[in-house]
Design a protein around this ligand. Structure first.
Ligand code: SIN
Ligand code: FE2
Length: 214
């Protein structure tokens, strides 16, 4: 048996707080197909490290698919309909992605989720995502749906205030976290990725974050 099949034994639903749910293994059944689509998307809009407003190069490499994409540069964070790398639209959101995000949101208590953005984050060993809120979207009524693929990572999930001590959750290939409602603006982040070769993506972790931004 290959090691990355073992998590199939762990499908379960964990309520983290009102509005936030971890759906362990929710994406496992489709994970091979999700991984197989990625090269088509990144051929059109390649991964790149973005720069923050303060001039800091983010360690996580990012790209997007969907009607909009999340971008950051010296002008700040925003959503854009075209990929600034070449000026053409981002690749369309694959039906498989949309269906998965909708299904996860529904199971977590947010029916009718209609994402227009999938931010694709790529973590190599040592890369991290500092504690932050997702607050560049036009309104906060839609939840965030976050799908983990590849190497496991420690997810920090805090409260509405930065000062609240975040809990630490190990996220594995196929896990999905959904947060919305009163948890929509909760702080979250990823600790530096530990090297782990045993996954379908080798040592890297890919995260798909679905949002309704426009
Ligand atoms: C994010 O907050 O955009 C990504 C979180 C993750 O990689 O799990
Ligand atoms: Fe985020």
């Amino acid at each position: 048996m290959t090691p990355f099949l073992l998590p199939e034994l762990r499908e379960e639903t964990v309520v983290l707080c009102p509005g936030a749910t971890l759906l362990r293994g929710f994406a496992l059944a489709q994970s091979d197909d999700l991984v197989a689509i990625l090269p088509n998307l990144t051929a059109q809009s390649p991964f790149r490290q973005m720069v923050t407003k303060g001039g800091h190069l983010m360690s996580v490499a990012m790209t997007n698919c969907g009607a909009l994409g999340w971008v950051s540069d010296r002008k700040g964070y925003r959503y854009a309909a075209c990929d600034p790398a070449h000026g053409r639209p981002w690749p369309a959101l694959p039906d498989l992605f949309r269906d998965l995000a909708q299904g996860a949101a529904n199971d977590a208590g947010f029916p009718g989720f209609s994402p227009d953005v999938c931010l694709i984050n790529r973590y190599e060993p040592g890369t991290r995502l500092a504690l932050h809120q997702d607050r560049d979207e036009r309104d906060f009524t839609a939840p965030i749906v976050s799908v983990s693929l590849g190497a496991p990572a420690i997810f920090l999930f805090g409260g509405r205030e930065r000062s609240e001590k975040p809990r630490r959750l190990k996220l594995f290939h196929g896990d999905v976290v959904v947060w919305g409602g009163q948890a929509r603006l909760n702080f979250h982040g990823i600790l530096p990725l530990k090297p782990d070769q045993s996954t379908i993506l080798g040592p890297q972790r890919i995260n798909l974050t679905f949002r309704k931004a426009g």
